[in-house]
Design a protein around this ligand. Structure first.
Ligand code: SF4
Length: 425
């Protein structure tokens, strides 16, 4: 199986990484609930937190007050924080009422927050106790979405990692695809894998708890999101084997990702070409159109979503952009190495953040486009720099061939808007 890719003469895998451990400007891991609750249709996320946590979720998700959403916040009042109440008893009562009112819930996640961690509320113990009370109908798990410990995409990682130990065991040789995708994109991916003759394909997270997702020594897994370091480690602990590959962004990333799976499952070159040729052509055409604005422009990534390295690879190789700095909250060689191999050498690769120093580097470089969090975007725009909110890249369908043009278009939009504004002045 040929990979259909030619790596650059020198990639970035051996580039020394600038490690920074200063102040960070990122959202917390509770944010992941916004896409996870849509994906897992029989799950409920109960944040054990403060009014601030509730407010973050409500405003980020734009929930209508009449909707029965699949998440809520059990608010810790001041008396809870002062240790005057038995928080475990309160939590048990809240969960019992919730499950009585919502018989559709099959998986309940107790999600830790900064306040629950400050008072050292042991949600692991609570999850075990509540599982015993409500099994077999409901499975109760816990993870932390606290801003103290996580960046915003780590919430999904922590959630999926909490599920791995309770997945049933299997000895079947199966492909497990790991990472939440919008349903429409997931269906496109499954159709491609089906065309290659690969199946059954298991998914984590699955849309329903009863779906046959299991793991064992013959499981091979492919990640679709580059922020799943903990989940990767948990699956390896269960004996599964990771298929390292570039992430499926753009034509090249998607082709390389599929090729790694096809090689593993012995798919012929002929079948691979027959399945991928038409969608590749469509992707290339769509990218060419959208990237007219991007070609020859420079880009600077602040660390935010952990999507930075594969996206920089896509922008450099398929859209003609020049990355100046590619910052990522964490860099795992096992996950990001294949994308670093393909990213042409040149940019500073930085891990972690010292926001003031990084802002200085960005201002000195004056990139054509800066990818950053919401908090940095407005000040940088005011200084005349074009920005793209990193969080949009997580909320928008951007994986695989059919979204490749939209992905390039997302980066082109701020540049077009600035050009229009400048022309109007
Ligand atoms: S978990 Fe922490 S950072 Fe996130 S909303 Fe709650 S208090 Fe804020």
């Amino acid at each position: 199986m040929t990979q259909h890719l030619s790596p650059p003469a020198t990639g970035c895998r051996s580039t020394p990484i600038l490690k920074e451990r200063g102040q960070r400007e990122v959202f917390c891991g509770l944010t992941g609930i916004i896409w996870l609750h849509r994906k897992m249709q029989d799950a409920f996320f109960l944040v054990v937190g403060s009014r601030t946590c509730a407010h973050l979720l409500q405003s980020a998700a734009g929930v209508m007050i009449f909707a029965e959403p699949r998440f809520a916040t059990a608010i810790l009042e001041e008396s809870d924080l002062a240790g005057l109440n038995d928080a475990h008893a309160e939590l048990d009562r809240t969960v019992t009422e919730l499950l009585a009112r919502r018989p559709d819930i099959r998986q309940l996640f107790l999600v830790g927050s900064c306040p629950s961690e400050v008072i050292k509320l042991d949600l692991g113990r609570a999850a075990e106790r509540l599982t015993m009370q409500h099994a077999p109908k409901v499975r109760v798990l816990n993870y932390s979405g606290s801003g103290i410990e996580t960046t915003f995409t780590e919430g999904e990682d922590a959630c999926l990692a909490s599920m791995v130990p309770v997945l049933p065991k299997t000895d079947a040789r199966e492909l497990l695809v790991v990472g939440a995708l919008p349903d429409v994109v997931e269906d496109q991916m499954l159709a491609l894998l089906d065309g290659l003759g690969i199946g059954p394909v298991r998914l984590l997270p699955a849309r329903h708890i009863d779906t046959e997702t299991a793991v064992g020594p013959n499981t091979v897994f492919a990640l679709v999101q580059p922020f799943l370091g903990e989940t990767h480690a948990a699956l390896v602990r269960r004996g599964a084997t990771h298929l390292a590959a570039p992430f499926p962004f753009g034509d090249e990333g998607t082709t390389a990702w599929l090729a790694a799976i096809a090689r593993e499952f012995g798919v012929s070159d002929e079948t691979f070409r027959a399945v991928t040729e038409a969608p590749r052509r469509r992707a290339r055409q769509a990218i060419a159109q959208a990237s007219e604005t991007l070609n020859g422009k420079s880009v600077f990534f602040f660390p935010d979503s952990q999507l930075e390295i594969p996206l920089a690879r896509f922008l450099a190789r398929e859209c003609g952009m020049t990355p100046i700095e590619v910052g990522s909250p964490y860099i795992h060689d096992a996950l990001h190495g294949p994308d670093l191999d393909l990213l042409p050498s040149g940019p500073t690769i930085s891990e972690g953040q010292d926001v003031d120093k990084q802002l200085d580097r960005c201002r000195a470089a004056r990139p054509d486009l800066t990818i950053c969090g919401l908090g940095l975007a407005n000040p940088l725009e005011a200084e005349g720099l074009s920005t793209k909110w990193a969080i949009e890249l997580v909320f928008t369908p951007v994986h695989f061939y059919e979204q490749a043009g939209d992905l390039a278009g997302l980066f082109a939009r701020p540049l077009k808007r600035r050009a229009v504004l400048e022309a109007a002045v």
